[in-house]
Design a protein around this ligand. Structure first.
Ligand code: ACO
Length: 169
């Protein structure tokens, strides 16, 4: 047993990061479901507490989550192809443009391929989300598969995007 905070200990802090950065929010049990079902696929970026850790026990606060990627395997793929899906990604404003999102995505993509033999990874993104689109399309080389009309609760369309996982992270 370790007294360092585990991924599960950090779930409330991940949820706070999500609520701060995105209008698409989830019950805590949905984060827990991801963590228990596909523990290899989700990652966090944290800032360590000032006091650090002493003798293996946590002193002071838990680390602050400044970014996360919440990811899963598609459970019933309509095309019959084993593939991953990015449920949610965000980075706190204070820590943007440092390469955190790119790193989180590449770690998840690699784990999907190596742990679950995923052929590709899919995601949805708002058509107006220029920052995320730059990240997915230009940096990570995702391709737009189609536009899903009124995908979001407020009526905005989504790009359904995917990236073939061919061993390049
Ligand atoms: N404008 C233009 N390009 C950008 C921007 C931006 N604001 N942010 C990232 N990029 C592109 C750039 O090409 C960048 O490379 P560069 O800095 O060398 O030019 C590249 O993406 C990598 O950027 P990162 O530093 O890794 O991205 P960051 O850690 O800042 O996080 C993110 C990007 C996740 C989109 C962040 O802006 C965010 O949290 N936004 C709000 C939440 C959000 O939109 N999440 C995605 C929703 S879709 C989904 O969850 C599946």
């Amino acid at each position: 047993l370790s007294s360092y905070p585990s991924y599960i200990d950090l779930l409330p802090s991940i949820q706070t990061c999500n609520i701060t950065n995105l209008p698409e929010n989830y019950f805590l049990k949905y984060y827990l479901y991801h963590a228990l079902t596909w523990p290899q696929l989700s990652f966090v970026a944290v800032v360590r507490p000032k006091n650090g850790y002493a003798n293996g026990s946590v002193v002071g606060e838990y680390p602050k989550v400044v970014g996360y990627v919440l990811a899963k395997m598609e459970e019933e793929p309509t095309d019959g192809m084993q593939h991953g899906h990015i449920t949610s990604l965000s980075v706190m404003r204070t820590h943007r443009r440092l390469g955190i999102a790119e790193r989180l995505m590449r770690m998840s993509q690699r784990a999907m391929s190596e742990s679950h033999r995923a052929n590709y990874v899919s995601l949805h993104v708002r058509v107006s989300n220029t920052a995320a689109l730059r990240l997915y399309r230009d940096t990570l080389r995702f391709e737009v598969e189609k536009v899903e009309s009124k995908y979001y609760a407020d009526g905005e369309d989504a790009y359904a995007m995917h990236l073939k996982l061919d061993g390049q992270w």
